[in-house]
Design a protein. Structure first.
Length: 93
């Protein structure tokens, strides 16, 4: 079952770890050490850095099975936008 924080459009399975939004939110929580976070959260407003983006992208890449560049997260308006790009990259492989 999708978490209440996941929006309705991006709940397709990401692999063993769950939906892409769930994977993104989980990775951000692991890296920041806090949460819960929402898909509407801005990565920078959470106090995250480019090093945090690398860590998040490595975790997401492992779970989803596709390489995600940190710039993808850094250039996203919010975590939902990042999750959408991750899902698109996964679907394109």
């Amino acid at each position: 079952m999708a978490s209440p924080q996941a929006n309705s459009e991006s709940t397709t399975p990401a692999g063993p770890g769950g939906s892409v939004p769930e994977v993104v939110l989980s990775a951000v929580a692991e890296v920041t050490g806090d949460g819960p976070h929402r898909l509407s959260d801005d990565f920078y407003e959470l106090g995250c850095t480019s090093l945090d983006a690398i860590r998040v992208c490595l975790r997401v890449s492992r779970e989803v099975g596709v390489e995600i560049a940190p710039e993808t997260l850094l250039d996203s308006a919010d975590l939902a936008g990042f999750a959408t790009l991750v899902a698109a990259a996964r679907d394109a492989r």
